[in-house]
Design a protein around this ligand. Structure first.
Ligand code: DX5
Ligand code: ZN
Length: 208
């Protein structure tokens, strides 16, 4: 199981990023919120760009924004493995996925808990990753929605039925208890579970 750490709930981002750099963590999950797609807003890019000064890990960028094409060129400057945006934006999805690939970065689509898995079907040929949201996007520290277990299975079946090589990532409320519901995924994002612990490596190892 690959693990990506979200620093959304961090009170000291530089310090936590440096500590995470000393673990075997796979990716740093960068939550980007525009105050439109979700009501919360994260730091502007001119401040966010400095995260790369504190980590050598590759980034897994999660755009919770209404207009991905505005943000993709900015985040593409950083050390990104994946850039993911939401299928619920509805417009320009194909173009924006191609835009991510134009920067030689892998692309992903995220789905909110109430969105049907079938909404991903038109975009499957372009995808490297599907991000199953196991909480409503917008804030860290929420409880894992247990029906996400079936949703992850449904996404797995969809990928297999088309014989595609797409990674499944799960985001929201992941901890040492809820990880058992994520066994059909390839990767999980954990925020508060890792950041609010003393021993980051122990927390990460418990999710593998
Ligand atoms: C929720 C974010 C998540 C969140 C994960 O909108 O996309 O990445 O920060 O944090 P936890 O693990 O605390 O739910
Ligand atoms: Zn996220």
């Amino acid at each position: 199981m690959k693990v990506s750490a979200s620093f959304l709930s961090s009170h000291n981002i530089p310090n936590d990023l440096i500590r995470l750099d000393h673990t075997d963590l796979d990716f740093i999950h960068v939550d980007v919120m525009d105050g439109k797609f979700v009501s919360n807003k994260t730091l502007p890019f001119r401040e966010m760009r400095h995260i790369s000064d504190y980590t050598s890990k590759r980034l897994d960028v999660h755009l919770m924004v209404a207009n991905p094409s505005k943000y993709i060129p900015l985040y593409a400057e950083l050390n990104c493995e994946y850039i993911t945006f939401h299928v619920e934006v509805l417009e320009n999805i194909e173009e924006d996925l191609k835009l991510i690939h134009d920067y030689s970065i892998k692309c992903g689509l995220a789905i909110k808990p109430d969105t049907k898995v079938s909404s991903l079907i038109p975009y499957l040929p372009y995808l490297d990753l599907i991000l199953v949201m196991s909480v409503e996007p917008g804030e860290g520290g929420q409880e894992f929605i247990s029906s996400s277990k079936d949703k992850i299975r449904e996404v797995r079946d969809l990928i297999d039925s088309y014989h595609l090589n797409i990674l499944i990532n799960v985001d929201g409320g992941v901890n040492d208890k809820t990880i058992s519901m994520c066994r059909d995924s390839d990767m999980v994002v954990a925020g508060s579970y890792i950041i609010r612990g003393d021993d980051f490596q122990e927390k990460i190892s418990s999710l593998r």
